[in-house]
Design a protein around this ligand. Sequence first.
Ligand code: PAF
Length: 281
Amino acid sequence: MDILTTVHDLRDRLRPHRQEGRSIGLVPTMGYLHEGHLSLMRRGRSENDVLVATIFVNPTQFGPNEDLDKYPRDPEGDAEKCRSAGVDILFVPEPGEVYGPQFQTYVTVERVSAPLCGASRPGHFRGVATVVLKLFNMVQPTDAYFGGKDYQQVQVIKTMARDLNLDVRIVECDTIREDDGLAMSSRNAYLSPDRRRQAVCLYEALMEAKGFFKNGANNAEHYLAAMRTRVNAEPDTEVDYISIVHPDTLEDLAEVGDKALAILAVRIGSTRLIDNMLLHE
Ligand code: PAF
């Protein structure tokens, strides 16, 4: 596995593969890799001739009071995990390599970025869309792999790819969960043992919603009340949002029909966690 830090070297290394018509898979990450990331890499490996992973803690997707400075990092451990997942090229640029001093061009994906995490983290999806488009331009992948835990992020990226005619297949992969159902996330590393036990309330709230759906309940307010009750049963939890939305538009549903997504963001102490579940699957 090659570890590269400049766009110039990355392009040089990929050019012959592209000229030979080889498919290139891309797994963009912010590092502190867990089984969720590795599942994306394994899928990317099995579906492509060349596999590129990137590790870049992207400053433009963090708000001023967010965890950019303390975001967990483990460069050596991550490189080892990438190697064992079959990554060919690991790209780990410094912020100055990605954003030059004159940087001033951003991508805004409008409607689908607005609700949910977009409402509570202003500018977040502008930063995500911008860096993902930049990584797509640097790597020119055939396929790019993203985890389903970040459901809204995947919708933003799919919308950008459609609207800007990007020649890349966006592959959405299942959320990988711990044994008790907690969605794997690099931010789980912030949780103390007590908080870690409490954090399962996100998954359990989603399972409550799933149960309502199976029983044919259609008033979204009933789903939301049950989910809030489950989350609020844990001490030191603070609901950022709990919503039942249409899976394509992310608009709130008052009546739950044949397609619905339950989605939530909750602070457990000071750690903000997100999760979601398609109720009809
Ligand atoms: O999901 C993430 O880790 C990040 O948002 C991404 C897609 C790598 C962009 O920085």
